[in-house]
Design a protein. Structure first.
Length: 283
């Protein structure tokens, strides 16, 4: 796909708007659609063409980026009465950047394949700042040929395009990534509550976490090769380390729960982790 290819961007909100700006700047012929006419006008001033429906935006396009809010909106702008599938020609590619259920992706892919259009799931990470800077990390699921076809457009707003695997793999990777982020945020919140109720300054907590490799430590399970536990032929030394880690975790988390009980802190994440931590370093 070269810079003269026709590209449609559907959805010009906090993420889609800046993404469209980068696609325009990269020299693609861009048609845009959003219910917010001001958002479209801003892109028109940069060289895009405004349209009055997703179908019209996609007319003649070889590639479509969908950056809407949820499954319902994604389904409507792709497969609805005025959706992009009503005008796209065989060989076009539709990239779903919206975080949606894998079931939605596969349903839309089935509809699209009936007319020779390929759906890619292309989760994006980096927030509005990354979209504005053009430094998103885009996680794509889909066939090799179509991912390669889409890559020039995706790279216009991404610092890296990761081909995660077949259809659905990009969204699965993003959901796993997001789950990690939210779980860690909840854990830090509970640590803040423990510290505050124990009259420990939060700046000291931040410093201690930053200076003791907490987040690097959190990635340690990835070094075990998979979530299923150690191979039977794993070195005895490694097995001993993991046994020690399990004992230490049970003790330390138990003491954190005791502190929470004494100070009145609510720590459901800590309690849940203690109950299942042996799964993390399963032997």
């Amino acid at each position: 796909m070269n810079a003269k290819s026709n590209v449609a961007v559907i959805g010009l909100g906090h993420m889609g708007g800046p993404m469209a700006d980068h696609v325009i700047a990269a020299g693609f012929a861009v048609r845009v659609y959003d219910i917010n006419t001001e958002a479209m006008a801003k892109r028109v001033s940069a060289g895009a063409t405004a349209t009055d429906s997703p179908a019209e935006a996609a007319r003649g396009a070889r590639f479509v980026s969908v950056v809407v809010f949820d499954d319902t909106q994604a389904t409507e702008v792709i497969a609805g009465n005025e959706g992009v599938l009503t005008t796209l020609a065989s060989g076009a590619v539709v990239s779903i950047h919206t975080t949606v259920k894998l079931e939605t992706i596969h349903q839309l892919s089935k509809r699209a394949n009936e007319q020779g259009v390929t759906i890619l799931d292309a989760g994006i990470s980096g927030g509005e700042a990354g979209a504005t800077a053009g430094t998103l990390l885009t996680m794509v699921g889909g066939p090799d040929e179509e991912v390669d076809q889409a890559r020039p457009v995706l790279l216009s707003f991404s610092k890296e395009v990761v081909h995660a695997g077949p259809l659905g793999a990009g969204m699965a990777l993003k959901l796993a990534r997001n789950a990690t982020s939210y779980i860690m945020m909840a854990a830090v919140h509970e640590a803040m509550e423990l510290a505050t109720r124990s009259e420990v300054d939060l700046d000291l907590l931040r410093h201690t976490i930053a200076e003791t490799g907490v987040f690097d430590q959190a990635l340690a399970p990835l070094s075990l090769g998979g979530p299923g536990g150690l191979d039977r032929d794993a070195p005895l030394e490694l097995r001993a380390i993991l046994e020690h880690t399990n004992r230490m975790a049970d003790k330390d988390l138990g003491q954190a729960i005791d502190l929470a009980e004494r100070t009145g802190a609510s720590v459901p994440v800590i309690e849940a982790v203690r109950a299942c931590f042996n799964r993390v370093v399963r032997l």
